[in-house]
Design a protein around this ligand. Sequence first.
Ligand code: PLP
Length: 397
Amino acid sequence: MNTSDLPRKPRAGTALIHPVRPVARGFRSLAPGTERASTVLFDSVERWKNRSGFDESTYTYGTSGTPTTRDLANRIAEWEGGHGTVLFPSGLAAVAYGFLALVAPGDHVLVPENVYDPVRQLGKSLLARMGVRMEFYDPLIGRDIERLINEATRLVWVETPGSITMEVADLRAIAEAVHQRGVAVVVDNTYSAGLYLRAFELGADLSVHALTKYPAGHSDLVMGAITARDGPTLRRVQEVALTTGQCVAADDAYLVLRGLPTMPLRLAHVERVALDLANWLKMRPEVKRVLHPALPDCPGHEVWRRDFTGSSGVFSFIFSDEYGAEAATRFIEALRFFKIGASWGGIGSLALTYDLSKSRGAWPHQGALVRLNIGLEDPEDLREDLNQAFDALCTVD
Ligand SMILES: *Cc1c(COP(=O)(O)O)cnc(C)c1O
C-alpha cells in the first residue's frame, strides 16, 4: 500500500490547534459551560457572507456573543419578563447605553434628582456634547411628570428606590402619563435585581441593571444588562451595542450564571437582616431617620407596598443633628465588619458617607448620611459591630 494514500496526519504544531481526536459531545450537567471566542468558525464562504450579528440563531464573532453569554442574557430576559437582553461590561455601561439607544441630538431627557450619581456626570459630559439636555425631576412626582414633557422629550429615566435616599417612584403613574406623549420609560432596576419589581408590567420600555450587584453577588466582577420590552426596542439597543463593540467575557458571564441559582436565597437573607437592622437603628438615639423603602415613613412606601415583592440589603440612615459629617466618618472608620468601599450586593457588608448638599440641595432631610450594604456575615456580628461603632462615637468626644 502506498503511504501517500493515507490521510496525512498534521504535524504537531498543527495538531495542537486542530485536534485529530474530537471529544465526545452529549455531556449534560447542571453547570453551564464556558464557551469563549474571538473567531467563530463557518462551514462555508456562503455562510460567512450571509452572517448577521443580530441573528440570535447563529454565532458570528466574539463581540456578538457565545453560548455562555447568550445563556445569561436569555435567563435575564426570562426573569425580567422582557423580549430580550443585551449584556454590557459594567452596570454603568448599561446605564449609558440605555440613553444612547434612544436619544439623538436636540432631545430632552428627564432624570430623577435621586439618580445614581454617575448619570449626572453623563448628562454634563457626553450627553451635553451630543446636544441632549438632561433635566431633573422630583422622584415622587408621579403623573405630574406630564407637565415636564415637551416636544423634544424622548425619555424619562426612573430609578426606584433611588440611590442613597431611597424614595420609591410611582413607575406605573409615570409610564401612563408619558407613554401617551410618545416618550420612552427606562428603569434602573438594580435595587430589586430585576426580581422584586416587574418593570415591564408597570410600563417600562427598557430595564437596566448592574449585574455587578446581586446577580454576580460575590464582589468579584462588574457587568450590566439592558432588557427590552419588545423587538423593535431591543433592536435599537443591539444596534448601539454591536456597532460600538460592547460585549462581556464568557468567563465573567459564567461567574454570573454561577451566582444566579443562589440569588433569591441571598436576597431573602439580606432582606431580613437589613430590615432587622433598619428597625434597630430607628431606636438608636444617635439616628434621626432611617431610609428604607419597607419602613412606613419612607417617601413612596405605599407605592413600594403596591409594586414591590421585597426589599434588598442596601439602605441609609441620617445621624441626629448633634452628629456631623466628621462623626459619621469616625463611625464608619470604627466599624470592623462593615468595610469602606463602593458598590453593594456582594458578599461583604459595606458602609459609606455621602454629602448630598450639592446634588440634593432642596432635600428636606439634610444631615450626616451613611449608606449600609448588608452582606452575608452573621447578623449578630453586624449588629454588635454597629453598636460598638456608636459607642466609639461617645468615647472619642
Ligand atoms: C452600581 C450601580 C450601577 C452601576 O453598576 P456598575 O457595575 O458598578 O458600573 C448603576 N445603577 C445603580 C443603581 C447602581 O447601584
